[in-house]
Design a binder for this molecule. Structure first.
Ligand SMILES: Nc1ncnc2c1ncn2[C@@H]1O[C@H](COP(=O)(O)OP(=O)(O)O)[C@@H](O)[C@H]1O
Ligand SMILES: [Mg+2]
Length: 235
């Protein structure tokens, strides 16, 4: 579904992604693990068109998308839930969700997706008229995910969805990610909580200072001593 070949991304003179290659098959949950500053968000932003690689290719469903504007990437079927959620605080829950569908014209499909999102996140239905800025952190994360789903993506990219959430809510968010995947959406997940990410992912990549240093099935990586010591708390 997604194939990244040897991309190099820079912020001015900072070489943030160094020859990164990665693949995602349709239907998978793939997780990207790495320390702070390793380049995870940079990679996600490059896939969704917010950053442009200097060299290398990105193919989505066999089309070249590297460097295309973000809006055209959303249209092709990739939605990105950014780090730190970024909901529109002065708009209601419902209005934020509507914005997620702004590139679509299929009224019937949009209505169906509203229902799906409210089914997935009953909390959002209860609060649909509430201003988003007054939601809790967990509810804002749900809203950011719901808004991304309103574009009806085939690939959903999540940047640290559990950041700052209470443990019980983290569990809920992970369960919902699995549910979204089971309903047919492919997922690329970045998480500080590598143990939980590996527990739901099919495969994983490990990134260190802009380079992919390991990849494999979640089971393979969970069994590697090196990965366990570096990212999984050593147990
Ligand atoms: N806007 C920016 N300008 C300059 N450097 C940046 C910018 N954003 C990120 N970086 C640098 O790029 C590297 C990768 O950052 P990032 O992708 O945010 O890492 P991660 O998401 O893995 O924590 C870091 O060294 C970071 O300081
Ligand atoms: Mg990040």
């Amino acid at each position: 579904m997604l194939k990244i070949n040897d991309i190099n991304v820079y912020y001015g003179v900072i070489h943030a992604l160094k020859g990164v290659s990665l693949e995602i098959n349709q239907g998978e949950i793939v997780t990207l693990i790495g320390a702070n500053g390793a380049g995870k968000s940079t990679l996600l932003k490059t896939i969704s068109g917010l950053l442009k690689p200097k060299t290398g290719e990105i193919l989505f469903e066999n089309e070249h998308v590297a460097g295309k504007v973000a809006q055209s990437i959303v249209k092709r079927g990739i939605s990105h839930v950014p780090e730190g959620r970024r909901v529109f605080a002065n708009m209601s829950v419902e209005e934020n969700l509507e914005l997620g569908a702004y590139l679509r014209k299929d009224k019937k499909g949009i209505k169906e997706d509203f229902e799906k999102v409210y089914q997935l996140f009953p909390r959002l239905l209860e609060r649909k008229k509430q201003l988003s800025g007054t939601l809790s952190g967990g509810e804002q994360q749900m809203l950011a995910m719901g808004r991304a789903l309103m574009a009806r993506p085939r690939l959903l990219i999540l940047d640290e969805p559990s950041m700052g959430l209470a443990p019980l809510l983290v569990k809920t968010i992970f369960r919902i990610i699995e549910e979204i995947n089971q309903s047919g959406t492919t997922i690329l997940l970045v998480e500080q909580n590598a143990n939980m990410a590996l527990s739901i992912a099919d495969r994983a990549y490990v990134i260190e200072t802009g380079k992919i240093v390991a990849s494999g099935t979640s089971a393979e990586l969970s069994q590697s001593d090196q990965i366990r010591n570096a990212y999984l708390g050593g147990h």
